[in-house]
Every structure is written in C-alpha cells, then in structure tokens.
Write a protein that binds this ligand. Structure first.
Ligand SMILES: [Ca+2]
Ligand SMILES: [Ca+2]
Ligand SMILES: [Ca+2]
Ligand SMILES: [Ca+2]
Length: 418
C-alpha cells in the first residue's frame, strides 16, 4: 500500500479527539515531587511545578498539553513500580484521545533519568505521547510484575498508545524485553537509540506501525535473541543507520520499506522479513557474523517486490537487479560524528557505495540533513550514494583537510612568532 495511505489508515485507528484546546505547563524545578492535588488544574508540588506534577495535571485536564522543560537533569526519586497514576516510579503520561508533548532544551541539555528506579515513561492506553529535544536514560524494568504484561520497554512503554519522538537520545536503559521502546505505533525522527540492554527482544518495537527517519540504532545488547528495530504490521526505515545490535538489525512481520539505510554488523542478521519488502539505495554489511548463518538478509517467507540499487557484503540477499552490488566490501568508516544530530557511518574514499545509488528514488537530504547528491567518486558527475550518508566530493574533502592543515600551520606559525 502507498506509504501515505498506510499512515493515514493507521492514524484512523486512533480515537478522534474533539477540536484541541491546549495548555502549556512550564516546569520550574528539576526536583521529583508529586502534585499536591492532581486534577485541580494547578501544577504545584510544595510550591514547585515539577515534571511529575505537570504530567499529573496534563493527564486530567481534558486538553492537549505542552510540557516545557528547561536544561537540567530531571532524576526520578520516588520509588514504587507498578503504579499507573504518575505518583510513584515511572512517569505515567497520557489522557485518552489527547496529545501530551514533553519538550526539552535539546539532547544532552535536558535529561530525564530514572536512575534504575523504574522505566522512565509509561503512556496511557489510547493516548498520544510526543517527546522532543531531550535525553532519556536510566530506565530499568528488570522484574516481571504481571505474567500477562511482561516487563517491556525500559525507557518507554507505550504499547497501547501512539508515540512520536523527535530529536531525542534514548540510552542506557534496560528491560526484560525490548530494552528501549515498546509502542503501539511509533514515529521516530532524528532519534538515537544506543547502549540499551535487555534479556530478549529488539530495542525498539512497535506492535503495529514503526516509522524511522534520520535515526541511529546501535550497540543495543541482549542476552537471548535481541535486535535493533521490529514492527508487527508496517515498518519504514529511511535515511537511518542500524549498526552492531544483538539479534537482527531490522525485523518486519508485516510490510517493510527501506530507503537509504546503512545496516551493518548486527549479530543475528541484517534484515529479517516475513512480508512484502521494498528496499532502495541501502547497504547491508557484515551482519550475522559468528554463529549465525543468516547473514545480511533472512528473506525466507518474504515477498520482495522492489529491490533497487542495494549493496550487500554477502550472498544472502536476493539482489539481482541492475545496479545491485553483492559480495562487496562497502568500505564504511566507524560509527561516529560526521555532523548532524546523530552519529553515522561515512563511506571511505574509493568505496563502491559512492555514486552507486538510483537517483530516481534518491532523497534530497542524507541522514545528517546534508544535501544529495555529491560527486563522491570524482568523475565529474554527481550521483547519490548508497546508504544513509552522502559522502562529500573528493575535492571538498581535500579542501577541508587542507584548510584544517593550513589552520594548524598558521596556528603553529603564530605561536613560533611570539
Ligand atoms: Ca495540582
Ligand atoms: Ca491533557
Ligand atoms: Ca508510575
Ligand atoms: Ca555521491
């Protein structure tokens, strides 16, 4: 089905809210204190408007809410797991049919840390939770309080809700299942999910729909079968990097659409697909190392119908169309900062990925937000690169290196002349 149609169709599954009145709640303390009188319309905990108190009010006012957080670390401090009113343990957020948006001052500037007291956020059924511009860490859901409701989603449990994250870091959370995020439907934009740990299950799981754009999912570990991202009905991955996770990088039980992805060194396999698959301009490399025999692709039972200009380092992917690269060394650099909000892997000089994508389905920007295409192979004609990142033109790379070297020389000369 068309991507937009599918999104619209899936959004229709949500209850329709009446025209939104909305409230803005400005948190003025990093303390963790419960609201004195939840539901009286006043965010007040001993004279302070705390994150917990703001959420307790937002949950009860019948309106959409924006909760604004200044820079600072908001550490959870009230023990008490298994409580769903927002008073203890995790922050229970959401009002059926309403949207609550929690917005910080930026990744690394605003940090919500559960200090292993409980998971961090728990979204109410039928609600919409949006989180922007902050870091989420320290969530821990290591127990199994209810056998019918396994402990999943170390950072965020939104299994019966709609979740949207934009410009967020989700790091160092843990759970029995799904180290970082479990949602009904989830849209992630410019999000990094890294260094989360579980006993089993992928780091990010959506029961229905999962849509990733300009995201990095890396270094998530599991004792049993783990994984990067997984969705039950529809999974979209675009301009994203999924690297070095235990289990398979991508698992799709329903339809799967991948465009401009870099899927590298995931322990179980690169992509496990069981339904219709479309994949454009993407690289899968060095997945399924060691004991796994699945490699870059495990397409047993999948229905591939559009595989265009993809690259794989082994022979497990059914890439046979013109422009496909199979059994190649993609020559990808390390996962690190190359500009933009997320860490990425840059193709090295001479990489077969350079200028090898199909320009007809090329995105106008890469994962970092940098424009495509560049003439990465230096033959005078610019084409898009396979993968999440568009490498700079050799001349530009040389100029940048020369300018850095020139600057170093100038600085050295200045010091010498002192
Ligand atoms: Ca109150
Ligand atoms: Ca509300
Ligand atoms: Ca709670
Ligand atoms: Ca290029």
């Amino acid at each position: 089905m068309d991507r937009l149609l599918l999104l619209v169709a899936s959004l229709l599954l949500l209850p329709i809210a009446s025209p939104a009145r909305s409230a803005v709640l400005t948190v003025d303390s990093t303390e963790d204190l419960a609201d004195d009188d939840p539901g009286d319309g006043i965010c007040a905990a001993g004279g302070l408007c705390t994150l917990r108190a703001a959420i307790q009010e937002a949950n009860r006012n019948g309106e959409d809410d924006d909760i604004e957080l200044l820079a600072g670390t908001y550490a959870l401090a009230i023990p008490g797991r298994g409580e769903d009113e927002g008073a203890t343990g995790d922050l229970d957020v959401g009002e059926g049919g309403r949207t609550i948006t929690i917005r910080g001052a930026g990744v690394g500037w605003t940090v919500v840390d559960a200090l292993a007291l409980d998971r961090v956020f728990h979204a109410a059924p039928e609600s919409r939770l949006e989180i922007e511009q902050l870091s989420i860490r320290g969530g821990s859901e290591p127990t199994w309080p209810d056998p019918g409701r396994p402990a999943a989603g170390g950072a965020i449990d939104a299994r019966d809700a709609y979740l949207r994250l934009a410009d967020v870091l989700v790091a160092e959370n843990e759970a029995v299942e799904n180290a970082a995020i479990l949602a009904g439907q989830a849209v992630l934009e410019r999000v990094t999910v890294r260094d989360n740990a579980s006993y089993t299950g992928a780091a990010v799981v959506a029961v229905d729909l999962l849509d990733l754009a300009e995201c990095t999912v890396a270094w998530n570990t599991a004792i049993d079968a783990g994984g990067g991202v997984e969705a039950g009905l529809a999974l979209y991955v675009e301009n994203s990097t999924i690297v070095a996770n235990d289990g398979c990088g991508v698992t799709a039980y329903g339809s799967l659409s991948i465009r401009h992805a870099t899927i590298d060194e995931n322990a179980g396999c690169g992509v496990l697909a069981l339904g219709p698959v479309e994949m454009w301009n993407s690289v899968l490399a060095r997945n399924g190392g060691g004991a796994s025999e699945r490699g870059d692709c495990d397409f047993d039972g999948a229905m591939p119908h559009a595989l265009v200009h993809n690259a794989a380092s082994d022979e497990s992917c059914p890439f046979s169309e013109p422009g496909s690269l199979v059994g190649i060394d993609p020559q990808l650099g390390p996962l690190e900062g190359h500009g933009g909000p997320t860490i990425t892997q840059m193709p090295l000089a001479g990489s077969p990925l350079l200028d090898a994508a199909d320009d007809a389905v090329c995105r106008a920007i890469d994962q970092r937000g940098a424009p495509r295409p560049n003439d990465g192979d230096g033959d005078g004609v610019a084409h898009c690169d396979i993968g999440a990142v568009e490498a700079p033109e050799p001349a530009a790379a040389l100029a940048a290196a020369a300018s850095a070297a020139g600057l170093a020389l100038a600085v050295r000369a200045r010091f010498r002349n002192r």
